[in-house]
Design a protein around this ligand. Structure first.
Ligand SMILES: Cc1ncc(COP(=O)(O)O)c(C=O)c1O
Length: 368
């Protein structure tokens, strides 16, 4: 078992933002709470210790109530990443073939490999609107795949599969393989606010957190929703990593998660500016420079994956940063080097100036 470098993670944590660079690379909503007051918590009330041997009951209950499941079906972890890892650690036997979507946020595929699983790419194709290839999944499960791991909305394309599509996948592959859906971007979508696909079939499990849509990346409030027998297995796996999790953060999570009004406010803080920024992106794609890219745009959300029609997408992204002063996320970190993820969660002004700079770069520096 080898924990290889996750290149995306290293890039995300250490990437150089050049002076004056316009950043269209990040998928988070901007942070909403820099202070305790903004978070709506009085720090003097936080108990430094409490009962949390197998999770703090009030935090599990707050998450369960929000998603209409039972507390026994919830594990609260430090971020969706930790839920993903603990779930995989509980479920993978070395040698298991696991279908993992491609393009892929690298942090979904890397832990499968680290835990001894064999990653079988489940290729979403641009020409099919990046949709989930249900027939390919069915075929691979017939050939013995033990699990399926995908994100919905999909990082990096932003495409959302509605419940019917996910249930079609679940029904096509049957109840044997597990299906883990990372829903970290889901509650951004208005029609799907507060909803989840978790447990709509006995093998359909979900992870998520408050990192992205709610602008609280440093709270590390994440969770796994799964059948209670799987949650018990996951806690046994967690016993290999930590005696307990920090009580203080579990307590804060319980307060934040049980207050839907506050969560909606956090989410809506940046939502309208992101919706307005999307119009700027559409305008760019409809204008003289739009043809340079092949771009299947999602109906909603804050990012998309664009491919370059002419030339090497990786080289384009690197030159765009150095000569054009615009940062986008390299496709190579999603297993798809000929494109890049572009985000407009930074609002209208940033999208406008970033895309104008991209247009100038195409005119002045890019020869294909
Ligand atoms: C699909 C997906 N899952 C999980 C994460 C990380 O989540 P967290 O900060 O809750 O660990 C990201 C961050 O980019 C992501 O894109």
């Amino acid at each position: 078992m080898a924990f290889s470098t996750i290149r995306y993670m290293e890039w995300a944590k250490t990437r150089e933002v050049l002076p004056g660079e316009i950043d269209l690379a990040v998928s988070n909503m901007p942070t909403v709470a820099e202070t305790w007051e903004e978070l709506g918590i009085d720090p003097s009330e936080i108990p430094p210790s409490g009962p949390n041997s197998y999770g703090y009951e009030a935090a599990r209950r707050a998450i369960a109530d929000r998603y209409d499941v039972r507390p026994e079906e919830v594990m609260h972890t430090m971020g969706a990443s930790m839920s993903n890892f603990v779930f995989l650690a509980a479920m993978i036997t070395p040698g298991d073939r696991i279908l993992v979507e491609r393009p892929v946020y690298e942090c979904l595929s890397a832990p499968v490999e680290a835990l001894g699983g064999v990653v079988v790419p489940l290729v979403r194709r641009e020409k099919n609107g990046w949709r989930i290839p249900v027939e390919d999944a069915r075929e691979e499960v017939r050939n013995g795949a033990k699990g399926i791991f995908l994100s919905n909305p999909h990082n990096p394309s932003g495409q959302f599969s509605d419940d019917d599509e996910i249930l079609r996948l679940a029904d096509a592959v049957g109840h044997e393989p597990w299906i883990l859906v990372d829903e970290i971007y889901r509650e951004w979508l208005d029609n799907h606010y507060r909803r989840t696909i978790a447990l709509k079939r006995p093998n359909l499990f979900v992870t998520s957190s408050l990192t992205k849509v709610f602008g609280l990346p440093h709270l590390r409030a994440g969770w796994l929703i799964a059948r209670d027998d799987i949650i018990r297995k996951a806690y046994r796996a967690l016993d290999h990593m930590a005696v307990v999790q920090p009580f203080m953060y579990e307590w804060v999570t319980a307060q934040v998660m049980r207050d839907d009004h506050r969560l909606r406010r956090f989410r809506d803080d940046h939502r309208s500016s992101t919706v307005a920024a999307r119009a700027v992106v559409d305008e760019f794609l409809g204008g003289p420079h739009g043809n340079a890219f092949s771009a299947v745009m999602p109906d909603e959300g804050g990012f998309a994956f664009w491919r370059l029609r002419n030339g090497d997408g990786d080289r384009f992204r690197d030159k765009l940063q150095r000569q054009g002063g615009v940062g986008v996320a390299p496709g190579r970190y999603f297993g798809t080097p000929n494109g890049f993820r572009i985000s407009w969660t930074g609002g209208v002004e940033r999208a406008r100036s970033g895309l104008a700079a991209m247009g100038r770069f195409l005119d002045e520096h890019w020869e294909g």
